[in-house]
Write a protein that binds this ligand. Structure first.
Ligand code: SF4
Length: 530
């Protein structure tokens, strides 16, 4: 066990506000594990929400654990933050998984903790290992052999039903507990081989469950913000979007609750970060921002939709000290924006950039995807032309403005209308990225690109089945070379997962009933491809 790790955890705890320290006596100890670093995990609002929710139950003590690969002694057990206990001391290990590339960290976490990797190999001596998160809701199968149960839906809907079963059965025989858990809504127990799909669960009234920063720390990416979720789900239905499909329907928090949460947050931080997939869709967004400003709050919003983009929202953001505005056109050509159903035109995008510049906000970030269905090099030229036009607008309105682009390859996601579509070949993605790199940085436009090679890996995992677990378990190091070696060792045809699938193809995630009829997804796909 690393003394350095204990020292580091204690130092971090000493800089936190809101940490919940509970006595273990008579309680179910749950380790809430974020399979990435403290720095990344502590900016994840889902983690804060589940931590608060679990600790709100008298019969539970919940402590956090993270995966710090830097400086970690090989095979040293992972320790919880709050009491510095190894994970093997906990009755339940609950993983909060937000992205596919974190799947790689699950295997070393379990291995380092001396817990059998496969659910089938665990017995009454071992903790119950569970997981939830957006990728799990969409497609739990690549990880399902590792987990005793997976939560298909929102934690606020599933945990209140699950905890009484846990309380009652945690000290009983494991197979009895698993049987009881398998009968609950939204709980997928792979070893129980359910015969009917698991129905995704969601809460109808968000106001019943606050989702705000519960621990304040400067040692995280968004450490200067008090985060508040203002809505969940999104009605725009962009055809590639996992959020839109895994968190239906769109729901909003009430003004009264949001103001009360902000009041509390301002005791800790001067700036409030409003979180949601399309924040400007909140029906009272203008009033909310005006009131937050009257309370003296600085403001930050993750990203805004290009349209509608209210001047009042932008004004309040500017007055609230927002340094950067992020917009997501996603595609450069009108043709592709129609295919993905983005619902915005070039004029809308340029007009939005003009509005941002008018408010004196000097930094603009734009999100684009490459490798979208039917994309050609000409579509990339349209990104370049659009961005250059946008830069001219910014420069005309004010000097010293900065424009940056975040570019990510399109990855087909389970449960979306694009779930059957292929990823663009690596060579194509690299060439299109080069087109952007050659034209934009020389004009003073900053470019940040996600690695096409890792995006391909992400594509395999997002449409993966249970065979992927063997690959994850076989990896000797988390690197592209490690991935390729493991794929080879397991004789897995990874091309299958990134190629076009026929809509009659049986889907690995057919075990999930997301609430959207497959026929509806097929119809949307047909509409997209005309
Ligand atoms: S607007 Fe954003 S969150 Fe909503 S569906 Fe489109 S991409 Fe997804």
């Amino acid at each position: 066990m690393g003394w350095d790790e204990i020292k580091k955890n204690r130092w971090r705890l000493s800089r936190e506000q809101g940490t919940i320290i509970k006595d273990w006596g008579g309680r179910i100890p749950v380790a809430l594990i974020y399979p990435n670093s403290y720095y990344v995990g502590m900016s994840n609002l889902g983690l804060h929400t589940i931590y608060r929710l679990l600790n709100s139950y008298g019969e539970v003590v919940c402590e956090r654990a993270f995966w710090e690969k830097e400086g970690k002694a090989q095979k040293a057990p992972i320790l919880s933050m709050e009491s510095q206990r190894p994970l093997s001391d906990f009755a339940v290990l609950a993983f909060s998984i937000t992205q596919e590339l974190d799947y790689f960290n699950i295997v070393p976490i379990l291995n380092a903790s001396g817990i059998p990797l496969y659910a089938a190999d665990r017995d009454d001596r071992h903790p119950l290992v569970i997981a939830g998160g957006p990728c799990i809701i969409a497609n739990p199968q690549p990880l399902s052999p590792f987990f005793d149960c997976l939560c298909i839906g929102e934690a606020e809907a599933i945990l209140p039903v699950m905890l009484p079963t846990l309380s009652e059965g945690i000290n009983n025989k494991r197979h009895e507990l698993l049987k009881a858990l398998a009968s609950l809504p939204g709980v997928y127990v792979p070893l129980a081989h359910p015969e009917t799909p698991i129905v995704r669960q969601w809460v109808s009234n968000l106001d019943d469950f606050p989702a705000t920063s519960s621990i304040i720390t400067p040692d995280t990416e968004l450490g200067d913000l008090y985060l508040i979720e203002i809505e969940r789900g999104c009605n725009w239905g962009c055809r590639f979007c996992l959020v839109s499909n895994a968190f239906r329907p769109m729901r909003f928090r009430s003004m009264d609750k949001l103001i009360a949460q902000a009041k509390l947050g301002l005791n800790y931080r001067k700036r409030i970060g409003l979180v949601g997939p399309a924040v400007s869709d909140h029906p009272q967004i203008e009033e909310l921002l005006v009131r937050l400003r009257q309370m003296g709050a600085g403001l930050s919003i993750s990203s805004l939709r290009v349209k509608p983009l209210s001047p009042i929202v932008l004004r309040e953001m500017a007055n609230g000290g927002a340094r950067t505005i992020t917009l997501a056109p996603e595609a450069g050509s009108q043709r592709l924006r129609q295919i993905i159903k983005k619902g915005i035109s070039e004029d809308d995008i340029l007009e939005a950039i003009g509005k941002v510049a008018k408010q004196g906000i000097k930094q603009l970030k734009l999100y684009f995807m490459i490798g979208l269905p039917s994309e050609t090099d000409a579509d990339i030229e349209e990104i370049i032309n659009l961005v250059i036009s946008g830069k001219k607008i910014l420069d005309r309105k004010q000097s010293g403005s900065r424009l940056s682009l975040n570019v990510a390859p399109f990855v087909p996601k389970a449960g979306t209308p694009f779930q059957w579509l292929p990823m663009a070949p690596l060579a194509t993605l690299n060439r299109r990225l080069s087109l952007l790199k050659n034209k934009l940085p020389p004009r003073g436009i900053k470019l940040k690109c996600e690695s096409p090679a890792w995006s391909q890996v992400q594509g395999v995992l997002s449409r993966g089945d249970t065979k992927l677990a063997e690959v994850l378990a076989s990896m000797e190091e988390v690197s592209l070379a490690g991935w390729r070696q493991a794929v080879e060792k397991c004789h897995l045809d990874i091309d299958f997962y990134t190629h076009q699938w026929d809509t009659s193809q049986e889907l690995p995630w057919a075990i999930i009933d997301s609430g959207t009829e497959p026929e509806k997804l097929k119809l949307e796909l047909d509409r997209a491809l005309g």
